[in-house]
Design a protein around this ligand. Structure first.
Ligand SMILES: [Zn+2]
Length: 459
């Protein structure tokens, strides 16, 4: 029987670049193939050649469709990977939206960098292109929640709901020796308005638990701060820009505005979804509602469409996008990317940040070093497309839209299995957040370790 080892290739001491390699003899399986985002020294890791033989990689198993978990797939495709990628149907539907978009963004960035000469590479090249991102989609193989599925050598996998975004799963990998390694994936919070809470933690010998919010609890879920920010901005005839992750966060923001409109807490103003990717993701959520998907809360199946507002419109083209904020009236613009690292939201920010009447609502976790995190921390200027833009608009960070379990949620989930794992690895968090969760797990007499980047352990 071959020794099984686990190699930490990402999401260690940071929240991006999730990649965990399971090695069993000649068989390699990668759990998550995420992109590094945020700080430059992390992003540079995307360009390093894989530390393993891509030709020996039997399969990839994906927890969910966020880019920091699946965005490296097209780069693996470029490196020659043609094996199966196992994921839930929801993850496949969403990944087939976000990956081509990421490919387009990569190409656009390389184009801009060449045009304005701000790249260190000469000429600037894309990490992968749209064509590769579409091609890698053909490798997906759907696996339903709750079924054991043989994937490679002597390894099988099972997906359990993680309640983070549609399709999101915790993954159990079982070896022929009966050893079970559980990857929490990103866990949703217990009171997500659309998705049911995560399934109980599967029994396991080794646990990898995320710690994005390992050092804090979400504040009250009330939407009061969103309502008052919208009211203030409408009063002074400003525009509201909400950078939002195209997947899940856009749905949550629309759902929240819908509720506030219905309760009369905010005036009815035009809401524009300005992100082709968000619009496509919205369709996937609507289809899940139509088929009464088991991941959704039963309330979502009520008569009213939870994914609309009184005056919702869609900006399908760049012209629509530019026209969206050119009007004089107060408008709410929801646009990607969620951490303002790219996408159409940059054009809105360039235009609106210098305007003190406007308001930027930061609606989710912001990785360190991103423009979103700079804005949330009170930056007086941010650099966009090579130029500094002054920040005179109001900036409000709202916790209510987090798609992540908080510290108490993580501990509660960890405790939903009969026994503690032999070893737990605290991953997917900034160092303070991972350390805080490790301390709490140790307090419960668990063996909890923060792995080092590149570390290999026997499981
Ligand atoms: Zn995620």
């Amino acid at each position: 029987m071959a020794i099984t080892s686990l190699h930490f290739l990402g999401a260690v001491g940071t929240v991006t670049g999730s990649r965990f390699l399971i090695e069993q003899g000649d068989h390699l399986v990668l759990v998550d193939a995420g992109l590094y985002q945020g700080q430059k020294e992390l992003r540079l890791r995307n360009w390093q050649a894989p530390t393993f033989e891509v030709s020996q990689l039997d399969a990839v198993v994906l927890t969910h469709a966020h880019l920091d978990h699946c965005g490296y797939l097209p780069a693996l495709y470029r490196a020659g990977f043609r094996g199966p990628i196992y994921a839930t149907p929801g993850t496949i539907a969403l990944a087939n939206i976000v990956l081509p978009d990421a490919g387009r963004l990569q190409e656009e960035e390389a184009f801009h960098a060449n045009k304005y000469g701000w790249s260190r590479h000469n000429p600037a090249v894309a990490l992968f292109n749209e064509e590769e991102a579409i091609a890698v989609g053909a490798l997906f193989q759907p696996v339903a929640f709750g079924n054991d599925h043989h994937i490679s050598g002597t390894l099988s996998t099972r997906f359990d709901t993680a309640g983070h975004i549609l399709g999101a799963a915790s993954v159990t990998m079982t070896t022929d020796a009966g050893r079970r390694v559980v990857f929490s994936g990103d866990l949703g919070r217990s009171n997500h308005p659309l998705l049911l809470p995560p399934a109980p933690r599967p029994d396991c010998d080794v646990l990898l638990i995320e710690s994005t919010y390992g050092d804090r609890n979400h504040k009250d879920m009330g939407l009061d701060s969103l309502a008052s920010a919208i009211c203030r901005t409408v009063e002074r005839k400003g525009t509201i820009i909400i950078p939002a992750f195209a997947v899940d966060r856009t749905e949550l923001v629309i759902h929240a505005i819908h509720q506030l409109e219905r309760s009369g807490a905010i005036p009815i103003v035009p809401v524009i979804v300005d992100s082709p990717m968000a619009l496509a993701a919205l369709k996937v959520y609507r289809a899940a509602r139509d088929r009464r998907d088991c991941e959704l809360r039963p309330e979502v199946f009520g008569e009213e469409d939870p994914f609309t507002t009184a005056r919702l419109s869609e900006a399908a083209t760049v012209e629509d996008s530019k026209a969206a904020t050119a009007r004089g009236d107060s408008t709410i613009v929801i646009s990607a990317s969620g951490m303002a690292t790219g996408g159409r939201v940059l054009h809105h920010l360039t235009k609106r940040l210098p305007d003190p009447r406007s308001c930027v609502i930061i609606a989710g976790f912001q990785s360190r070093g991103t423009r979103g995190s700079q804005l949330a921390e009170g930056a007086t200027e941010v650099k966009i497309h090579g130029a500094y833009v002054p920040v005179r608009a109001e900036v409000v960070a709202i916790d209510a839209f987090s798609g992540h379990a908080d510290s108490d949620d993580l501990m509660a989930w960890a405790d939903t299995s009969r026994e503690a794992p032999q070893t737990s690895f605290v991953i997917h968090g900034e160092p303070e957040a991972s350390t805080a969760l490790r301390t709490r797990l140790r307090g419960a007499s668990w063996t909890a370790v923060i792995p080092k980047f590149g570390e290999r352990v026997v499981v």
